[in-house]
Design a protein around this ligand. Sequence first.
Ligand SMILES: CC(=O)[C@@H](O)[C@H](O)COP(=O)(O)O
Length: 254
Amino acid sequence: MLKIGSYEFQSRLLLGTGKFPDFDIQKKAVDISETEILTFAVRRMNIFDPEQPNFLEKLDAKRFTLLPNTAGAKTAEEAVRIAKLAKASGLCDMIKVEVIGDFTTLLPDPVETLKASEMLLEEGFTVLPYTSDDVLLARKLEELGVHAIMPGASPIGSGLGIVNPLNMSLIIEQANVPVIVDAGIGSPADVAIAMELGADGVLLNTAVSGAKDPVKMAEAMKLAIQAGRLGFEAGRIPKKRYATASSPLEGMSV
Ligand SMILES: CC(=O)[C@@H](O)[C@H](O)COP(=O)(O)O
């Protein structure tokens, strides 16, 4: 069970909604992934005009928890404005805080992210900040009272996987709120590594929407989440420098 604030989920896979080739493929991918949380950029959504096309209707959005994100915000104030718009539309009081500090790397601005998270907590939101993999920043966000921390594996859309597994594992180890690895996932192996490190979930988009077969990849990601989580719970063997025979050698004459 993944618990974020007052929300509870069976699935630990969070799926982004951008860049799918078409609605049909997107719907099939979402269905097979068994995700319960869909994130979308508020600024790209038509949430107020019923005359305009809205993919949420096509996806039967009532089945999902919709996690609006503040993509496009460059300052804390902009992020808060976007979050308030999403809340006013009646979708969800959860918000993924995304304040981009640099448009080449799309890396989050740590100062503005911290500020936005503080302001949104004061407004009563369930706050999930997308952050860099900085261990102390993650701690400061938790101290503020955020409901989950979402450190990036690597830059959005890069598919590079977890570039700093040490930092990621330190963030996971110290956290008392869910840690959702977000952005930069390229393959099911990356997802399994995140879950084996002890992450509570993974948020991804491009790896599925940009795959040759997004539906198959969505299923692979679901299975990777399950395999990685099972592996984490089972507890891996310690890594050793030298060999240990699989069958006992005692009593054998050589
Ligand atoms: C959809 C969303 O929220 C993205 O900003 C997110 O960070 C996913 O990144 P990838 O596309 O790299 O999976």
